[in-house]
Design a protein around this ligand. Structure first.
Ligand SMILES: NC(=O)c1ccc[n+]([C@@H]2O[C@H](COP(=O)([O-])OP(=O)(O)OC[C@H]3O[C@@H](n4cnc5c(N)ncnc54)[C@H](OP(=O)(O)O)[C@@H]3O)[C@@H](O)[C@H]2O)c1
Length: 284
């Protein structure tokens, strides 16, 4: 069975992937930032010698969009240079290499779902640093697979669903932006799709749950499912006053993924399963 190293393994996607691949019988070696800092090329080389994996999946990233605006060097180092080092080693050993990217590489000015061939034109340092990661990994290793995803939530980690869930039990009103559109993605569904891609051709793929919504619709769906009395108040991006601009429209097309026989369920169905599981585990 394939031996898979997952970097950035203590993040919400890293933890989910570790579980999914273990459940499917792969030999998984999850490495968190302390075990392998992806910006340390010497340590990466040593890890490759010690473990000799057949596949490398990088989920490690500097994901705090606002902080990236001020910690610019760190953003380019972790999101650009680190992935490049990993790609170089994967090429050297001729193994599979998967790198996770984001809808934030697009400017969000399109009116229909973004396809893989659309030109990235990020507005933020986070987006620019993730674009650098894409460019450098592909330049270093032509067999790289890049997965762009969006609006991720999983059972571990800080994410929109967990924040709204918490607020729904504490406050009477939540102000949420109504004029930004994207697609929520359950880490479990993304992880299963990544596993299916292991046997498919390399390249760039867009993977999210299907359908799309605004942040406000997303919050409403959570609050309604929880039967909370909290009211979701729609506010414009301008009124909300975000420090860093987010793409207005960042829905990703699944045509390429679907052409490989991989389909993800609608975001609402995935969200309901996630919330039910959270509820079940809090009762146990
Ligand atoms: N979250 C989203 O909504 C979203 C949307 C689109 C795409 N993505 C992409 O999906 C991937 C996974 O995101 P996520 O939500 O799982 O993020 P996350 O929870 O923030 O996980 C990222 C992990 O990377 C680790 N890390 C940071 N610097 C590192 C380094 N130098 N070496 C090794 N690991 C390092 C972090 O550790 P520390 O926390 O200790 O720093 C963290 O455990 C990322 O590539 C992200 O850009 C995320």
């Amino acid at each position: 069975m394939m031996k898979i190293v997952i970097t950035g393994a203590s993040g919400q996607l890293g933890k989910e992937l570790t579980q999914i691949f273990k459940d499917k019988g792969y030999e998984v070696i999850p490495l968190d930032k302390k075990q392998l800092d992806i910006t340390n090329q010497t340590k990466i080389k040593q890890m490759m010698l010690d473990i000799q994996p057949d596949c490398l999946i990088n989920t490690g990233a500097f994901t705090q969009v606002d902080l990236c605006e001020t910690e610019i060097e760190k953003a380019y180092l972790i999101n650009g240079i680190g992935p490049y080092y990993l790609a170089c080693e994967a090429k050297e050993k001729k193994i599979k290499f998967f790198h996770i990217s984001t809808d934030y590489v697009f400017n969000g000015e399109k009116a229909e779902p973004y396809i893989e061939e659309d030109s990235p034109n990020p507005k933020t340092i986070y987006g620019k640093s993730k674009q650098l990661g894409e460019t450098l990994t592909l330049a270093a290793y032509e067999n790289t697979t890049i997965i762009r995803t969006s609006w991720l939530y999983g059972h571990e980690g800080k994410n929109f669903v967990n924040i709204i869930k918490k607020l729904a039990s504490q406050t009477q009103e939540i102000r949420v932006v109504y004029d930004q559109y994207g697609c929520p993605t359950y880490t479990k569904d993304l992880g299963l799709a990544i596993e299916s891609l292991l046997t498919k051709p390399h390249g760039i793929y867009h993977i999210t749950n299907s359908g799309s919504c605004s942040w406000c619709e997303f919050a409403n769906e959570i609050v309604t499912f929880l039967k909370s009395q909290t009211v979701v108040i729609p506010v414009s991006t301008e009124e909300y006053g975000l420090k860093t601009p987010r793409p207005v429209y960042s829905v990703l097309s699944h045509k390429k993924l679907n052409s490989k026989g991989i389909f993800l369920r609608n975001w609402k169905e995935a969200l309901h399963e996630f919330l039910k599981k959270e509820d079940d585990s809090s009762e146990n």
